[in-house]
Design a protein around this ligand. Structure first.
Ligand SMILES: Nc1ncnc2c1ncn2[C@@H]1O[C@H](COP(=O)(O)OP(=O)(O)O)[C@@H](O)[C@H]1O
Ligand SMILES: [Mg+2]
Length: 323
């Protein structure tokens, strides 16, 4: 079994009317983790997912998903999908929505009923299955959306902006569910413009802007260069020790010391030396760039492609990336 479930190269999409939504996207998605496709609105995330799920026809596409060429109909039976802004009929009950979608996979009514029961329970909606969608909060509707994406026990689940419009409690529940899906061995592919949100749960990410991937890797890989340890102390450090610490690579500013790098080993003798001088260690923490900063660095400063300056940097109201 390959460790890469999606491997695409140079995927392009030009919509009728001339919008170039994808300008040569190459992407590798590892098996069995949470993969985040991040980028501002209009970056091309939904278009890419719709190409992978055969909803939109690519202008050009080469690559494989689950060992078969993109567009292979039989492979779609091994994939689940929750579209962006998914709407289910308000007059249906949550359980009916799942039963209906389960029925589309060709299983019997009895099996579809059992499946609906299991999935309602999995998404924590067992007490609500007999209530109409119209009575649900946005977060509850999205949980039904997740459940219907799992009816065929998929290997890959595509979730397009699953937490968009969901309140903080609903988002937390959603994150727990996504982790549960990963723990069940599925590959979870999430599209989102909410960078801070993904940072907490994604194993690997690709950052997209204007139809191109600007960065790709695990969060640890992408933030490696910016990693450092920050140490807060209380007490007066002798000049002699200060010099030693600086010589060992520390930067000292008032009561805060920082050491560039992701290796904790060089910090240990420093801690010993500080303690020997009876300095109190108030805090030691690992610091790294956030995905938001990384995104800004990728597209804001250098511009897509790395050379051009971008004329209008994306706006960042709080953690959200909205164009
Ligand atoms: N059906 C369509 N016809 C024409 N243009 C489209 C269509 N769907 C999306 N686009 C355009 O393609 C670009 C990428 O859109 P989309 O894939 O929805 O981005 P994202 O999901 O990252 O917000 C946008 O400029 C959008 O307006
Ligand atoms: Mg979208």
């Amino acid at each position: 079994m390959s460790d890469i479930v999606i491997d695409i190269a140079d995927v392009r999409k030009k919509y009728r009317g001339g919008v170039e939504a994808l300008r040569g996207v190459s992407l590798q998605v590892p098996r069995g983790g949470i993969f985040g496709l991040l980028g501002p609105n209009g970056a091309g995330k939904s278009t890419l997912v719709k190409i992978l799920t055969s909803i939109v026809r690519p202008t050009r596409c080469s690559g494989i998903m689950l060992g078969a060429p993109i567009g292979d109909k039989a492979t779609l039976a091994r994939v689940g999908y929750l579209p962006e802004h998914a709407r289910f009929p308000e007059y249906l009950k949550g359980g009916e929505v799942i039963r209906y979608v389960a029925g589309l996979t060709g299983i019997s009514r009895t099996e579809a009923g059992q499946k609906a029961g299991q999935l309602l329970e999995m998404v924590g909606m067992q007490d609500w299955g007999k209530h109409k969608m119209a009575t649900y909060s946005k977060g509850m509707k999205q949980r039904i959306g997740l459940a219907q994406a799992l009816v065929n026990d998929p290997e890959i689940v595509f979730l397009d902006e699953p937490t968009d419009g969901v309140d903080p409690k609903g988002r937390l529940e959603m994150r727990n569910l996504l982790q549960r899906m990963r723990d069940d061995g599925r590959t979870v592919f999430i599209n989102s413009h909410l960078l801070g949100e993904l940072e907490m749960i994604c194993d690997s990410v690709a950052i997209m802007d204007k139809g191109e991937i600007v960065q790709q890797g695990t969060i640890a890989e992408l933030t490696e260069k910016s990693r450092r340890y920050e140490l807060k102390t209380r007490g007066t450090i002798s000049e002699e020790l200060k010099h030693k610490l600086i010589a060992a690579g520390a930067e000292i500013e008032a009561d805060t010391m920082s050491m560039v790098g992701s290796d904790p080993a060089p910090i240990q003798p420093m801690l010993d030396a500080l303690r020997a001088e009876k300095i109190t260690i108030v805090e030691l923490r690992e610091v790294r760039q956030s995905l938001e900063e990384l995104f800004m660095e990728s597209v804001g400063a250098a511009g897509v492609g790395g050379t051009q300056k971008r004329s209008t940097p994306p706006q960042l109201p709080g953690k959200e990336l909205v164009k």
